[in-house]
Write a protein that binds this ligand. Structure first.
Ligand code: CA2
Length: 142
């Protein structure tokens, strides 16, 4: 079974707790439960969330060493700022899909640039939580 890691960055631990008009009412735990149910028997899903850039970078290195098959990454605001995260992704040599719950292109101009997207095979933005499911489905068949 393919091992796929789902990584979430800063503030995504707050999902379902505030700003429901942008991010919906489901929590990160709800998302994890639904993804596990959807891909039961098809993929081994590993979940990690951190509010700290360095912890996400360390985790990407660990996952690369552990030879997971692929990554799904919602780096939160680090998407728009982190050269270090981009370098970690490039160094990992793992297929990664970048996911954003909201459509970053309908929001403030500073969210229109993703430093991490060029290190990913695809970007899904604006599908809500369905983006995570679409990313795993794509990675399973690729
Ligand atoms: O749309 C996305 O998934 C984002 O990655 C979310 C980030 C934002 O900085 C990106 O531009 C787009 C913010 C994550 C904050 O998540 C919250 C969730 C619920 C309540 C408050 C924050």
């Amino acid at each position: 079974m393919k091992k796929i890691a789902i990584l979430n960055g800063p503030n995504l631990d707050r999902l379902g707790k505030r700003e429901p008009e942008i991010y919906g009412r489901a929590t990160l735990a709800d998302l994890e439960k639904k993804l596990r149910a959807e891909f039961k028997g098809e993929a081994e899903l590993l979940f990690f969330q951190s509010n700290h850039e360095g912890e996400l970078i360390d985790k990407i290195g660990e996952l690369a060493d552990a030879k997971v098959a692929a990554l799904v990454l919602n780096a939160g605001a680090l998407t728009h700022t982190s050269v270090a995260l981009r370098d970690a992704l490039l160094g990992a040599h793992l297929p990664a899909v970048e996911v954003h719950i909201s459509n970053i292109y309908k929001r403030e101009a500073f969210r229109h640039t993703s430093l991490t997207a060029p290190a990913c095979v695809a970007v899904i933005t604006g599908l809500g939580l369905e983006g995570y499911f679409a990313a795993v489905r794509f990675l399973l068949q690729s």
